[in-house]
Design a protein around this ligand. Structure first.
Ligand code: PPE
Length: 314
């Protein structure tokens, strides 16, 4: 985490100093988790910094907000511009971007509608979620005793603040027990997802992942990997994944904006495949990083150049 390298935050319409981007302890979101957010990465390319699948992330944020009846007081284009601005003003060539829309201060009680919607965008350099080494060595996961909440309890396809308490519980236990990450099962006992990532398996040369029927967030990295893998000639099947499937897999990996494409090498002491990052996993990871670095013409649409949209930045 490198907050100390971030000087500016975009908040409610302007770029302010990091220390001035504050909220009162009475804000609704602090009490009830009533906010929605995104996690987005900006990558360094030959043509300058570029944000990966920015539109898709912002679209998901507006959908998350709509689910909770929240009106974001800025248009998608304004948010795009604001994200470019905060990256440029911080002078970052690559970074993680965290837009957050939350109910502010007016009254408490569960109905948030009297509270203003506040919008902040943080940007800071963030290494891969489980550390640089995790991308080449893989991570060890444990199956959590906490289930992923069912999509009838809360919409798992929305990325909302309070929903993450479920992941926080799972990660706390996993880290206490010496694992890198927690894997959560759904209410039926099938695999849902990692605390902050989706899961892919490889068996017999074919890739498998699940979908929203198993209470997952539909990851944008997941969608990217499905495209990339099919492009590389792999068959990708979307359906239920059991723990048995994972234990029998030749390879497995996690996908997410923060985790990128992270090989999974062990689950509760049992090696996945040969217990080290698999060949196909690494092939997909390489392809993913070629795309994010702007080296793949075909996928240039996935990159939003940072300079393009900001008119005047001092
Ligand atoms: N599932 C969950 C529960 C999740 O939080 C993420 C992203 C994903 C899947 C993958 O989604 P996508 O980023 O669109 O591919 N988790 C974000 C927050 C992680 C955190 O620790 O904070 C992220 O990766 O930015």
């Amino acid at each position: 985490m490198a907050f100390d390298q971030s000087n500016r935050v975009w908040m409610n319409g302007k770029c302010v100093a990091w220390n001035d981007a504050t909220a009162h302890v009475s804000v609704h979101a602090l009490h009830y988790g009533t906010g929605v957010f995104e996690g987005i990465r900006c990558y360094e390319t030959e043509d300058g910094p570029a944000v990966f699948r920015l539109r898709d992330h912002l679209n998901r944020m507006y959908v998350s907000a709509a689910v909770y009846g929240m009106n974001i007081p800025y248009s998608l284009e304004e948010m795009e511009e604001a994200i470019s601005e905060v990256i440029l003003r911080n002078g970052f060539r690559s970074c993680y971007v965290r837009p957050l829309c939350f109910y502010g201060s007016a009254s408490l009680g569960l109905d948030p509608r009297r509270c203003p919607v506040e919008v902040a965008i943080l940007a800071w350099p963030w290494a891969p979620l489980h550390g640089n080494e995790s991308l080449t060595r893989g991570v060890r996961v444990t199956v959590s005793r906490w289930s992923k909440f069912h999509s009838r309890m809360m919409p798992t396809t929305a990325k909302a603040c309070g929903q993450y308490l479920n992941s926080v519980l799972a990660v706390k236990d996993a880290v206490n027990d010496g694992y890198d990450e927690a894997l959560l099962l759904d209410a039926q006992g099938f695999i849902a997802e990692g605390a902050g990532e989706n899961l892919f398996l490889l068996r017999g040369g074919k890739l498998y992942t699940n979908d929203e029927r198993h209470s997952i967030l539909l990851g944008i990295t997941r969608d990217s990997v499905i495209h990339i893998a099919r492009d590389l000639g792999f068959e990708v099947e979307v359906g239920a994944l059991s723990l048995g499937d994972l234990l029998r897999a030749d390879e497995a990996f996690l996908t997410g904006t923060a985790a990128e494409v992270t090989p999974l090498r062990e689950i509760d002491g049992t090696p996945v495949g040969e217990g080290r990052p698999g060949k196909v996993t690494m092939q997909i990871q390489r392809a993913f990083f070629d795309i994010t670095a702007g080296r793949e013409e075909k996928y240039r649409d996935w990159l939003h150049p940072v300079c393009e949209s900001v008119e005047a930045v001092a």
